[in-house]
Design a protein around this ligand. Structure first.
Ligand code: AHR
Length: 513
């Protein structure tokens, strides 16, 4: 993992004073392909589609639009979603899932009941349900991840959903599936045991013991229906003063340690103070939470043999402008992202890779329009700044996550001390080395020397940079300001020198022999 405390060379007390300095900023990175953090699970490049605002209705799915196919899927959105290389897609929520009764969303579309949707203050038509979601995942080339209703739902409802979707047996429930046009089971692997159940905002919110007992009984029935499924327990989404984040997670795992495969955690961040240096450092908080959660998992599993529980960071993103009580109804949570948001997204992805041994799933929230990398109107779409880091990581950063020696200048911000200006992760996969670097510095390039310890660079190096004229640069319909740009890079022997421009995310791809 990137060491952020050990090498405090060049510590700059106040951020971005370096404009006055004359000497260029420099960094050193050592790479040894035998120093492995863990296998990078492709499931860390997941996304999320909730029945919320225009994510599904008006995003993924727009019946009657000239941009949609005969099933109602927006073809342009599907193309952009495929190109994002998302490995798995969580559905149907989010808060929505806590009052979602899946039987409302099966059978002939015109006969499905419209229901009051209380999480986000709309009416749910139910025209996009289980079949539509699973067909969409097939088209998109992604794995489905279904979150069950542990709020107003029942154990039987969760169990029968697994039976309907996964069982090869001939039962009343699977006959219903067949009558609805699907003979073979889909065999969905990932199932969530509710969403943010510790939050008072959740429909059917429970205290930790109520939730844990309820989820345990559901988990038993779900795994007895299909022993091959993987279950994701709802961890705490309350962190900070007054919240018992650790206690909720520990109790949940004490109940579910023999049944859950993942602990779900969430984090949204925002530049609420318009303090770039502090905002762009916020993945340090993610790092701290992952470490704490890992400790809680280790404690819960002490004495338990042959069981692993991993972290599923199944909601994360920048979300602060379109937030608050007014966010109810149709056009909600529609964040417009800028360059600094894209840099934060890249540092989150670096942090996931740098904890590859324990963090095995993650979901950027969400896919379209709602805090999302893809933004539509009735006539088209554009790709937001945050689209590119996720796309570049998902398509390229694979195999083993490498533990690096990083010697970089640092700074301190309002909330974080000793923040490395360069935030880095690296992967190695059959001779292919991928290095992801965010230069957090607002004004200065950082000249960096990479030195491989056990192999030599071989052949050309590809460099791709995401940057923009200023930190607040945004994309829009017909105006793509922040996009990946190819740059020149070269390596010789075991050294690669590269100058990372201010406020940039760069991916370097090289071969090692
Ligand atoms: O992603 C938006 C919302 O954020 C989700 O519905 C909920 O789980 C979280 O609070």
């Amino acid at each position: 993992m990137v060491s952020r405390r050990k090498f405090a060379t060049g510590l700059i007390a106040a951020p971005f004073l370096a404009r006055a300095q004359s000497a260029p900023l420099r960094a050193r990175v050592k790479i040894d392909t035998e120093r492995v953090i863990g296998d990078i699970d492709p499931m860390i490049y997941g996304n999320f589609a909730e029945h919320l605002g225009r994510c599904i209705d008006g995003g993924i799915f727009e019946e009657g639009s000239r941009l949609s196919d005969a099933s109602g899927y927006r073809k342009d959105v599907l193309e952009a979603a495929k190109n994002l290389h998302v490995s798995q897609l969580r559905w149907p929520g989010g808060n929505f899932s806590s009052n979602y009764h899946w039987r409302d969303g099966i059978g002939p579309r015109d006969q499905r009941p419209p229901r009051l949707e209380m999480a986000w203050g709309t009416v749910e038509s139910n025209r996009f349900g289980t079949h539509e979601f699973l067909d969409y995942c097939k088209l998109m080339g992604t794995e489905p991840y279904i979150c069950t209703n542990m709020g107003t739902g029942s154990w039987t409802e969760a169990q029968e959903w697994v039976e309907y979707v996964n069982s090869p047996l001939d039962t009343a429930v699977t006959r219903e599936r067949k009558r609805n046009g699907r003979a073979e089971p889909w065999r969905v692997k990932y199932w969530g045991l509710g969403n943010e159940m510790d939050g008072g905002w959740q429909m059917g919110h429970k205290d930790v013991v109520e939730y844990s007992k309820f989820a345990l009984e559901a988990a038993k029935l779900m795994k007895w229906t299909d022993p091959d499924i993987k279950l994701i327990a709802a961890g705490s989404s309350n962190y900070g003063a007054g919240a018992d984040w650790i206690g909720w997670n520990r109790t949940t795992l004490d109940f579910l340690k023999n049944h859950a495969d993942y602990l779900a955690l969430h984090l949204y961040v925002g530049n609420t103070q318009n303090d770039y240096g502090d905002f762009v450092a916020c993945a340090m908080e993610l790092h701290d939470r992952i470490k704490t959660a890992e400790g809680v998992i280790d404690a819960a599993l002490s004495g338990v043999r042959n069981r692993k529980i991993y972290i599923a960071w199944d909601e994360w993103n920048v979300w602060y402008r379109a937030r608050g009580n007014s966010q109810r109804g149709r056009k909600i949570l529609e964040e417009h992202y800028n360059l600094e948001d894209a840099l934060v997204v890249a540092t989150f992805l670096n942090t996931f890779v740098n904890h590859a041994h324990i963090l095995k799933m993650a979901n950027m929230a969400q896919l379209v329009n709602v805090i999302a990398p893809i933004f539509t109107n009735e006539t088209g779409l554009y790709l937001q700044t945050i689209y590119y880091p996720l796309q570049m990581f998902a398509a390229n950063t694979k195999g083993k996550a490498l533990e690096l020696f990083v010697d970089t200048p640092r700074y301190s911000s309002r909330r974080f001390a000793d923040v490395p200006y360069l935030d880095i992760s690296a992967s190695h996969d059959n001779g292919s080395l991928v290095i992801n670097v965010v230069n957090r510095h607002r004004d200065q390039a950082i000249e960096t020397e990479f030195e491989t310890q056990d192999k030599q660079f071989s052949g050309a190096v590809e460099a791709t940079e995401v940057n923009g004229p200023d930190l607040k640069s945004e994309n829009d319909f017909g105006k793509m300001t922040v996009t990946p740009v190819a740059k020149r890079a070269a390596a010789q022997g075991n050294r690669l020198r590269y100058s990372f421009p201010p406020h940039s995310y760069t991916m370097l791809k090289a071969r090692l022999a």
